[in-house]
Design a protein around this ligand. Structure first.
Ligand code: FAD
Ligand code: NAD
Length: 478
């Protein structure tokens, strides 16, 4: 059988790989994409972690659980009488699955439209840009394919901890925690990071008592400290029991429960019993069996595929993008790298601005930011000015009943250039887009302050925070 030859072979069809494949095909390159994702139903699907077990299903559950929490708490203040609000968890899961199917089916359609060869199975990098393809189909034989360029986009998987090994039943990862068939009465979460907070929020809203055990003493250590403080208070008020400075000693599952032993911040041993335990302590790159040793693919000291600023590995014609390389593990970061690499391969100049990648935590209220926070600026010795504005002073926030929150803008003390924008409040994830564009255009705080924002909108809080950098906000005392 003749060896199949492609201009580009992409390994992995998550948001990094599928976007790279589509862009390569758009640019006229003969492209194949190998992916081995298999759902719990045994069916294959494109979209990787993001579409099948990450961003999309978690946001579907966050949306509907928030609607449930709001309606079941009552809306008398709004003049809306509710009664008989009931949870139908099976229908909620159905909604989530439908959203996932619609979107993964959409990618399938795009692959067809763009004439991308979809290969369902595992890909392994061999020497000289050859790839071994092992089909998922039973008894199908592996074959070698050749490519001018190979893009590695194999993504990441959850980190597990020896003290609380996952069994997929009582002790689960984020994927398992998206699919509980009944609301756990008591839910334990190890790690109060992004996943812990998002999934903890989902189950809290649906009725679980949720305890999060976090190793670090500081809450949301990677976010701006002020925002972290606001968020911690807010989440505690919602009933999330967040315990900082904890060292988990053991998590033991029986048929019906999980007993977790941990050392609290004062060094005292504690034991808690849960119906389910979620382990969400970070993710690690999928590099096992990604390349044969003779290929000579270089990994960095943390086990990520080692790349330069243009996502080139140490092997000519081999690139790597997304969660399998350094940088934040975010879908939009991987997609951007995918597009940039495709442009580079096609002879253009791809570029990713790592200074302007937005982060969003989809709690309620949301936390969103772009650029650097105060602690990072202090550590770098950068002089800056701060402007803040509370949601409580924005008219639209009152109309919506969403007055909890704050916008904080950091601008260079000399040049006024925006260095970071941090938002804790309703719709922060949508609002941050404006700040990302401003930073991409290297705007100053004054540029934002002189930009007309529609009234009444939440975006006026950004406008006023920008005015407050120069101590001339209108609706607060500067
Ligand atoms: P992946 O999406 O992991 O895709 C990699 C694909 O490659 C998979 O299909 C995998 O099966 C396949 N693969 C791996 N090895 C091979 C091989 N050798 N051969 C063939 N196929 C292979 N990010 C956000 O930006 N926003 C969010 O709201 C968000 N929410 C999240 C919620 C959860 C619960 C989780 C777990 C993650 C979330 N993320 C979010 C992170 C986001 O999912 C990842 O950053 C993103 O999916 C990474 O994309 P990727 O293409 O690099 O890898
Ligand atoms: P994370 O890094 O956000 O949080 C992990 C938390 O676990 C940290 O606070 C860490 O201090 C803590 N931790 C680590 N080891 C621990 C231990 N032994 N005991 C107790 N706590 C421990 O990681 P995650 O929440 O697992 O998410 C993984 C990745 O997925 C993140 O990098 C994130 O970028 C991505 N993600 C993004 C979104 C989003 O963009 N909204 C949502 C979910 C996931």
């Amino acid at each position: 059988m003749a060896v199949k030859k492609f201009d580009v072979v992409v390994i992995g069809a998550g948001p990094a790989g599928y976007v790279a494949a589509i862009r390569c095909a758009q640019l006229g390159l003969k492209t194949a994409c190998i992916d081995d994702w298999t759902g719990r139903d045994g069916k294959t699907a494109l979209g990787g972690t993001c579409l099948n077990a990450g961003c999309i299903p978690s946001k579907a559950m966050l949306e509907v659980s928030e609607i449930y929490a709001r309606t079941s708490a009552g809306m008398d203040d709004f003049g809306i009488k509710t009664s008989g609000v009931q949870l139908d968890l099976a229908a909620m899961h159905k909604h989530k699955s439908k959203v996932v199917r619609t979107l993964t089916g959409g990618i399938e359609g795009l692959f067809k439209t763009n004439k991308i060869t979809r290969m369902e199975g595992r890909g392994k990098l061999l020497s000289n840009n050859r790839v071994e393809f092992t089909p998922l189909k039973k008894n199908a034989r592996s074959e070698e394919i050749e490519a001018e360029h190979v893009i590695l986009a194999s993504g990441s998987r959850p980190v597990d901890i020896d003290s609380a090994p996952m069994d997929g039943e009582r002790i689960v990862d984020s994927w398992g925690a998206l699919d509980f068939e009944e609301v756990p009465k008591k839910l334990g979460v190890i790690g109060a990071g992004v996943i812990g907070l998002e999934l903890g929020s989902v189950w809290r809203r649906l009725g679980s008592e949720v305890v999060l055990l976090e190793a670090q003493d500081q809450f949301l250590a990677f976010a701006d400290r002020d925002l972290g403080k606001h968020a911690l208070k807010s989440f505690q008020k919602q009933g999330l029991d967040i315990r900082l400075g904890c060292r988990v000693l053991s998590g033991k599952a029986t048929a019906k429960q999980v007993a977790v032993e941990y050392e609290d911040a004062s060094g005292k041993k504690q034991t808690l019993k849960f119906d389910r335990l979620v382990v969400s302590v970070g993710r690690r790159p999928n590099t096992d069996n990604l390349a044969v040793e003779e290929a000579g693919l270089q990994l960095d000291e943390k086990g990520y595929v080692d790349i330069d600023e243009d996502c080139r590995t140490n092997l000519p014609g081999v690139y790597a993008i997304g969660d399998v390389v350094r940088g934040p593990m975010l879908a939009h970061k991987g997609s951007e790298e995918g597009m940039a690499v495709a442009e580079t391969i096609a002879g253009g100049k791809g570029h990713v601005n790592y200074e302007a990648i937005p982060s969003v935590v989809y709690t309620h209220p949301e936390i969103a930011w772009v650029g650097r926070n105060e602690e990072e600026l202090k550590a770098a010795g950068v002089e800056y000015r701060v402007g803040t504005f509370p949601y409580a002073a924005a008219g639209r926030a009152h109309a919506m009943g969403e007055t909890e929150g704050i916008v904080k803008i950091l601008a260079d003390a000399d040049t006024d250039r925006l260095l970071g924008v941090h938002i804790f409040g309703h719709n922060a994830g949508e609002l941050i887009g404006e700040a990302v564009v401003a930073m991409e255009f290297e705007a100053s705080a004054e540029d934002l302050a002189r930009t007309i924002h529609a009234h009444p909108t939440l975006s006026e809080a950004i406008h006023e925070a920008a005015l407050n950098v120069d101590k001339r906000a209108i609706h607060i005392k500067n």
